[in-house]
Structures are given as structure tokens and as C-alpha cells.
Design a protein around this ligand. Sequence first.
Ligand SMILES: Cc1ncc(COP(=O)(O)O)c(C=O)c1O
Length: 395
Amino acid sequence: MHYNFDRFPPRRGTENFKWRLFPEDVLPLWVADMDFVSPEPVVRALREAVDHGLFGYPRGLHGDATDLPEYAQLIVERMADRYSWSIQPQDVIFYPGVVVGFNTVCHMFREQGGAVLVQPPVYTPILDAAQTAGLTRREAPLVCQPDGSYAIDWAVFEAGLDVDTRLFLLCNPHNPVGRVFRRDELERLAELSLSRGVLICSDEIHSDLIYRGQRHLPIASLDPEIAQHTITFIAPSKTFNLAGLQASVAIIPNAELRQRFQAARQGLVPWVNLMGLIALQAAYRDGQEWLDQLLVYLEANCDFLYDFVQAELPGVSMAKPEGTYLAWLDCREAQLENPFQFFLNNAKVALNDGVSYGAGGQGFVRLNFGCPRSMLEEALLRMKQALTAVSHDAR
Ligand SMILES: Cc1ncc(COP(=O)(O)O)c(C=O)c1O
């Protein structure tokens, strides 16, 4: 089946956060939610459930392989097919969201106390997770290189693994800088973390959104010993645009960690809701054709955006992301007091403010190019006009 990603059913006036937050004259290219209809098999499965008309509790009280064997098997097969990563059905726990997942992991250390290591600029809930659980945040900022890509400063990372560091919250692919970490980087991150007894929690929610020439590797897939010290999160929500359905997956091969994780959620975190489960199954089982076409569309959007930024947006630059549908725009040379406010007020384009991603985010904005090309083009033209107007005023 051919999918038309240029088609855009209007979202204004729906219950969608992305399209509700800003006034009507603003084009929203902010939160990580794409303006694309989900794969037909997913919509069909959900429609059948709606037509049935009964919405009682789904099975899956503990979200594990005992409750949901064929769902767990789907994840086992997916990890084997995509990464040659051999996991067992009992390693899989279905969970209502990745953010609630890594926050649960932080809560596992609540009584003990200590620090959580993160790599800013990074997705705001990752930045905030330590404090939410009463822990300390420790930072090993990524380094912006002259070409706009990002690298790990190993000395800084090692220094972050202090005696009281309990947990390293990895974001791979990295939001917002778009890095898909290489095998040698992941091996070193794991080796250093394990040598200091630090648990790895790897948020791999963007792992299906990878561009040509790149390959995602789950850090836990590199070695069984690493897997024993890692909690991995994946989800169909970014990939298939299902974020409102709150369905995700934790992979925890270490039985003791799995038990601690389940204990930390007890009484607080609900099971995955009925629609989320149905959508997850349909997406992972029957969504690949859509995903293959999506990746072609997204990559073309990314190329278009990159060329436009280079040629038409004075003072703005970017490196092409290796994964995700998010671009990290460096506006420092444009010398705008606050690029987010500037583009919101002057271009009527809503982006994400780089400052909210922590250290290194000042002077940057994040742009979501997961939208029809015409919308991306319109937003970029507005941004160009706004920048041209200020450069005229400055003369
Ligand atoms: C890195 C990362 N983790 C988690 C999430 C959200 O996950 P969930 O909606 O499952 O809580 C996002 C959404 O943008 C994200 O970019």
C-alpha cells in the first residue's frame, strides 16, 4: 500500500497538545509528535476495538510475559530480527510510557540516594528525572563540534561517574542532538559505567527512526554482561505516531532488577491501556511497510531542511541528524536574544527552546520536521522572512 505523507487531516480543534498550545496563526513544529496518520493496520485494529464498544480492563495486570505471552514474543522476535539481540519473553514488561519508565528506574534508588548522570543538552524529562526522585543530577555535557555534530567528552563522562553515581540515563538516539551512538562509543560508555557499578537506563524510543548510513545498536545487545546491568526502553509511539496511547516496553534481562522495577511501580503506575496494547501489537506486527515509506519521506524532509537552513537562514546552522525527526538548530550567529521567542513572535513558528534541554542549549532551538513538506516549507519561509526583516532593521 502506498502512503501519502503529504496529506494532512486538520488537527486544530482536536484534543492534540501540539496544535492546541499556541494561537491559530502559529505553525507548531515543536513537541515530538508527527503530523502523519498512523499505519492503516493500526487504525483498522483500533477501529475494530471501537466498533466492539466495550472498554473494560485489558489483560496484563503486571504487563509481563505471563499476562501477555504473544506480545512479549513479538518483542523477542523484533529484537532478534533487528539487532540479533537475544532476549527472553520474561525480560519484557509492557509499561504505560517511557518517561514514567525511566522515572520509575530513578525511584528504585530513592531510599539509597545518590546521583544520576545525564548528557545535556538532553530531552527535558531526562534532565529532570533525578530531582523528581529526590536524587542529584550529574552532568556530562556532549560537545558541539565545529561542524555542528556532537561528541562525548570522555574525561567529563568519567568524572561524572563519581562514587555516589547510581545510574546513567542514556538517550540513544539522542534527543535533541540527533546522534545515533556508534558501537565503539556505546562499548566505552558501558565499560566505564559497569566498572563503577553504575546501572544503565537506556531510552531508545527513537531507535526505529534511523537514516541511511547509520545503524542503531541497543547498548544492552553488545554483551550479556552489559544486558545484566541495563534497563532498556523502546516504544512504538514516536515511530508510528501513537504517543497519545501511552504504550511502551521495558526490557530487563536481570531478574533482580526486574523485580525491583516492578516493586517501585507498585500501586502507582497503571497497566498499559487497552487501546495502547492493541495499537502496539498492530504497529510492531504490521507497520513496517508504513515505516519504510515514512523514513524515505523524513529523510527527504531532512535534506530539504538542511539545504534551506544553509542557503536561506542567515546565522542559523545545523548538522543532519543521524536519527529522530528532530533538528537542532544553532542560532548563535544570528545573535537573537532568544531564538525561540524570536521565531514565535516574528515568524509565528513554534519550536522548542534550546534552554529547556539544559547545558549547551542556549542559542539553539529544536525543530520537528515530522510533518508534510508543504508545512515545513511554509515554516521555513516564515523564519527566513523574520530573519531578513531583522537584518534589514539592523542596517
Ligand atoms: C527521548 C524521549 N524519551 C521519551 C519520550 C516520551 O515517551 P513517552 O511518551 O512514552 O513517555 C520522548 C518524547 O518525545 C523522547 O523524545
